[in-house]
Unconditional design. Structure first.
Length: 153
């Protein structure tokens, strides 16, 4: 459904009476420092679980050579998504202007980012940790993506 003005509902958004002004589906950027793990997972899950409601992108303040191999492996195992085939490390300047920015929790500040709404999901980086920690992080991101989808419907 394409609309020039799309109301955002739910929790903080509703109480602040914010309204997203965008044509078509809102563009959501999942932002992290390296764009190699949490933000890539969120982009992949956003596309799979909420692509009917918003467009998903990820970006970082620094570019990496590749996506975290443990994140790639765990997303294949848990969701059947091969992030290496569809995604790559990007900077904010490499993606369309986002309507919404989701900070993954790495205390990244991005003054050049312009957006209408932002959230900080406060997720710890699972890099270098066990598969169980990765699975827990992926589950938290999945729940957050679904909650964001509900807010934007």
């Amino acid at each position: 459904m394409n609309q020039d003005y799309r109301p955002v509902t739910g929790n903080r958004l509703e109480s602040e009476k914010n309204v997203l002004r965008c044509t078509g589906k809102p563009k959501v950027c999942f932002l992290c420092v390296h764009n190699s793990c949490r933000s890539q997972i969120a982009e992949a899950l956003g596309k799979q679980l909420a692509g009917d409601v918003f467009e998903s992108y990820s970006a970082g303040t620094q570019r990496q050579d590749r996506i975290n191999p443990d994140a790639v492996r765990m997303m294949k195992q848990l969701h059947g998504i091969d992030m290496e085939k569809t995604q790559y490390s990007k900077l904010l300047s490499d993606i369309p202007q986002p309507d919404i920015v989701i900070f993954m929790g790495c205390n990244v500040s991005c003054p050049q980012a312009r957006y209408q709404y932002a959230e900080n999901w406060g997720l710890d980086d699972p890099s270098g940790q066990s598969d169980e920690v990765f699975a827990e992080t992926i589950e938290k991101i999945e729940k957050n993506v679904l909650a964001l989808k509900k807010k934007l419907q």
